[in-house]
Design a protein around this ligand. Structure first.
Ligand SMILES: Nc1nc2c(ncn2[C@@H]2O[C@H](COP(=O)(O)OP(=O)(O)OP(=O)(O)O)[C@@H](O)[C@H]2O)c(=O)[nH]1
Ligand SMILES: [Mg+2]
Length: 332
């Protein structure tokens, strides 16, 4: 990405704010780049875009592979376009570092959105690490906001931790589940449910309607129990992304959730402020870990430390102390 001097960055930012698609695509490529010089340019671009961000509805949509996320987003997104909203979709695939995985699948499942000038569909690499979801996807989201999209939908495959990452960058978090399997709502699913604002039992069509209703009831009970610890009881609704049913009720519930957040002390701004603080620390951690891995003195001490730890001669904690000491040696 050849954006170097400040005039280029300003020109790119202006083009994004004017809604130029190629500028948008280029900017997202820039914020996703792992090259050190791009990182600096990306930060300058984000600085320039910051005053234009924050106006979109941020909605996360998660669920196990194949539950119907992309099909659902296509149907929901088309409905929102019909209401005059502009919709951006960022699809995160934590399973592949380059997000090559389901791009094709996503684009074909979201054909209506992919071909509509008022929508934008973009795969977002997770950067290999789950923490990458929070930083890179968040930055791509900010670029979309500056480009004037009213709604940013973030699709992510649920693999446990990725739900935490995505729920920490959105206003409303939607979990898609399939009919069946609701009777043993334990462990991981229960943990995820604590983050969820709206549960959608998708594929409630054809022979699976009754089963979907049973599943919804299980989630209602679980959500109701959780409600004792939370001030929002997750709404549970049925949908068929195929038939396009349930969508407007789901959007109404998501809107009710947002209204609920708004009436808390400080409103949405307070929620986003807490999230921004978390992102900052996550970014500090990521940058520090990278710096430690890249450090000459750490790398000199590493083979010996590793050998000792593996042989049990040195505790991992002591070894870590030694590496940190080496890292800090030339820094004050
Ligand atoms: N019967 C039925 N099938 C659906 C529905 N929604 C999606 N499907 C089907 O489920 C399959 C997976 O749909 P996707 O939208 O790609 O699911 P996904 O959750 O995005 O999948 P990944 O991105 O690979 O995790 C496809 O064969 C869809 O046609 C629905 O509402 N009803
Ligand atoms: Mg998908």
């Amino acid at each position: 990405v050849a954006v170097v001097d400040n005039a280029d960055v300003v020109a790119l930012a202006d083009a994004i704010v004017r809604g130029e698609r190629r500028a948008l695509a280029r900017a997202i490529t820039l914020v996703e780049s792992r090259r050190a010089d791009d990182t600096d340019t990306a930060q300058r671009l984000l600085d320039a875009l910051l005053p234009h961000t924050g106006r979109a509805r941020r909605v996360g949509i998660s669920g196990t592979p194949g539950v119907g996320k992309s099909t659902f987003i296509e149907a929901l997104g088309m409905m929102l376009l019909g209401q005059g909203k502009r919709v951006a979709v960022l699809a995160v695939d934590p399973s592949s570092p380059t997000s090559g995985g389901s791009i094709l699948g996503d684009k074909t499942r979201m054909e209506g959105l992919a071909h509509d000038a008022r929508a934008y569909v973009r795969p977002s690499p997770s950067g290999g690490a789950l923490g990458g979801i929070a930083t890179r996807t968040r930055e791509a989201m900010l670029v979309c906001e500056a480009a004037g999209f009213d709604v940013v939908l973030i699709e992510t495959v649920g693999v446990g931790q990725s739900e935490h990452a995505v729920s920490s960058i959105v206003d409303t978090f939607v979990l898609l589940v399939a009919p069946g399997g609701g009777d043993d709502l334990q462990g991981q699913k229960r943990g995820v449910l604590e983050l969820v604002d709206v549960v959608v039992v998708n594929k409630a069509d054809g022979p699976r309607v009754a089963e979907a209703q049973d599943t919804a009831n299980h989630y209602r009970v679980a959500g109701h129990l959780l409600h004792q610890h939370r001030d929002w009881e997750p709404a549970v609704l049925l949908a068929s992304a195929h038939e396009g049913t349930g969508l407007s009720d789901i959007w109404d519930k998501a809107s009710a959730h947002l209204a609920h957040v708004e009436q808390r002390p400080g409103g949405l701004a307070a929620r986003r402020a807490v999230q921004a603080e978390r992102w900052m620390w996550a970014s500090v951690e990521q940058a520090l870990i990278q710096a430690v891995h890249d450090d000459v003195d750490v790398n000199a001490a590493l083979p010996g430390a590793l050998a000792d730890v593996r042989a049990g001669r040195l505790s991992p904690g002591r070894a870590a102390q030694g590496l940190i000491k080496a890292f800090l040696k030339h820094r004050h």
